[in-house]
Design a protein around this ligand. Structure first.
Ligand SMILES: Nc1ncnc2c1ncn2[C@@H]1O[C@H](COP(=O)(O)OP(=O)(O)OP(=O)(O)O)[C@@H](O)[C@H]1O
Ligand SMILES: [Mg+2]
Length: 112
């Protein structure tokens, strides 16, 4: 069984191509046969928009992070084979602040 690889695109500067990089890397991975999931954690929802999916998560992304709701409930298929998406959720706008304050932030972000 292949192990899961997690890639995150992060840069404090705006408009430098984070979303474009994430979306294109995801597409390339899926094209090369890797089952790929994009989790759009940016409340702007641009990656979700690129894949023409509605930015709405049942119960909110917070429930996913806290494991109150199973991830598969929120996964949407895209137009591309092997490439799925967990849509953006506006409420993640405060996450950077919340996670910075949380001593369990590393564990919270690596559970998936
Ligand atoms: N390699 C590239 N060549 C040309 N244009 C690009 C390239 N990568 C991104 N762009 C364009 O630059 C703009 C900003 O890209 P993108 O939205 O990916 O940045 P971002 O870092 O996610 O921005 P934000 O901080 O607002 O989330 C977009 O219009 C995108 O189409
Ligand atoms: Mg972006």
């Amino acid at each position: 069984m292949k192990s899961m690889k997690v890639l995150a695109c992060y840069n404090i500067k705006g408009g430098v191509g984070k979303t474009a990089a994430a979306v294109n890397l995801a597409w390339l991975a899926a094209r090369d046969g890797a089952r790929t999931l994009v989790w759009d954690l940016d409340p702007q929802g641009a990656a979700t928009f690129y894949f023409r999916i509605k930015p709405k998560v049942k119960g909110g992304a917070k429930d996913l992070l806290r494991r109150k709701r199973p991830m598969p409930d929120s996964i949407k298929g895209t137009d591309y084979e092997g490439l799925d998406l967990v849509p953006a959720d506006f409420h993640t706008a405060t996450w950077t602040w919340c996670l910075t304050r949380s001593s369990a932030r590393r564990a919270a972000c690596t559970r998936f």
